[in-house]
Design a protein around this ligand. Structure first.
Ligand SMILES: C[S@@+](CC[C@H](N)C(=O)[O-])C[C@H]1O[C@@H](n2cnc3c(N)ncnc32)[C@H](O)[C@@H]1O
Length: 224
C-alpha cells in the first residue's frame, strides 16, 4: 500500500502555483477543466488540480520524471486513469501538439522557460493556441536578470548558458526576461487580460549552498 511518503521525485508544489490555484483558479467558471503543464517534473504541481477533479496533462523531457509522475498518480494518489496523462517529450519539438488531449483551458509554465532559448519559447507560444480553448487561464514563473545566476552566464550563438555547477544546472540554457518583455510576448500570442504580476526575491537552498533567486510570476486570463 503506497502512501504520500512514497512519492517519487520532487515532492512539493511551487508555492505560487498553490496561490494561483486557491486564490484564482477555484473562483473561475471553467467549462473544460483540463490543465496542461509544460515541464511537469514528477507531477508535483498537477496533483493539486487532480485531487480537485481537474483532468491533468504533463509533458517533460526527462524519462525518469515521467515514470515518476505515472507512478505517483497511479500508485500514490490512486487517481483514475482517465484523469491524468503524462508524455515524455521535448517541448521544443512541436509535434507534442498532436499528442496531447485537447482542448485545455489552463496552461501552466512554471519554472521551465529559463531552459528554453528565446527562439524556441516564442515558437511554442506561436503554436500553443492549437491545443487551448478560446478562453482560459495561464500561469508562468520565469527568472529575471536580477537572478544570482546572471553573473555566471556565457553567451553561445546568442543563447545564454550557465557556467557554474552550484545549482546543478551546469551547461543548461538560462534565458531570463524582464516583466515587460514577457508581458509583451504573452499579449502578442495569448492576448492576456486580467493578469497579476508578482516579483519574487528569495534565497533558496541548493546542494552546494544558498542561491539568490529572482523570479517573476504572472497569472491571469488568455483570450484567443
Ligand atoms: C525546474 S523543473 C520544474 C518542475 C515543475 N514544473 C515545478 O514547477 O516544480 C523544470 C522541468 O522542465 C523539464 N524540461 C526542461 N527542458 C525541457 C524541454 N525542452 N521539454 C520538456 N521538459 C523540459 C525538466 O526535465 C524539469 O522537469
Amino acid at each position: 500500500m503506497y502512501q504520500l511518503k512514497h512519492w517519487k521525485g520532487l515532492k512539493f508544489p511551487d508555492i505560487y502555483i498553490v496561490r494561483f490555484f486557491f486564490k484564482y483558479v477555484l473562483k473561475q467558471n471553467l467549462d473544460v477543466k483540463r490543465v496542461l503543464e509544460l515541464g511537469c517534473g514528477s507531477g508535483n504541481n498537477l496533483y493539486l488540480f487532480n485531487i480537485y477533479d481537474f483532468e491533468v496533462q504533463g509533458i517533460d523531457i526527462s524519462e525518469e520524471n515521467i515514470k515518476n509522475a505515472i507512478f505517483n498518480f497511479s500508485k500514490v494518489l490512486k487517481a483514475s486513469p482517465q484523469t491524468y496523462h503524462f508524455l515524455q517529450h521535448d517541448i521544443t519539438k512541436l509535434d507534442f501538439l498532436q499528442k496531447v488531449k485537447t482542448p485545455n483551458d489552463i496552461l501552466l509554465l512554471p519554472n521551465i522557460v529559463y531552459y528554453l532559448s528565446k527562439k524556441d519559447f516564442e515558437k511554442i507560444l506561436r503554436n500553443i493556441n492549437k491545443i487551448l480553448t478560446s478562453n482560459g487561464l495561464f500561469f508562468i514563473r520565469f527568472r529575471s536578470p536580477r537572478d544570482g545566476r546572471n553573473l555566471c552566464r556565457e553567451s553561445l550563438n546568442g543563447v545564454q548558458i550557465l557556467k557554474t555547477s552550484k545549482t546543478g544546472e551546469f551547461n543548461t540554457i538560462q534565458t531570463f526576461y524582464e516583466e515587460f518583455e514577457m508581458v509583451e510576448l504573452l499579449k502578442k500570442y495569448l492576448n492576456i487580460s486580467d493578469f497579476k504580476v508578482f516579483h519574487v526575491y528569495e534565497e533558496v537552498e541548493t546542494l552546494n549552498g544558498k542561491v539568490f533567486n529572482s523570479d517573476i510570476v504572472i497569472w491571469g486570463k488568455y483570450n484567443l
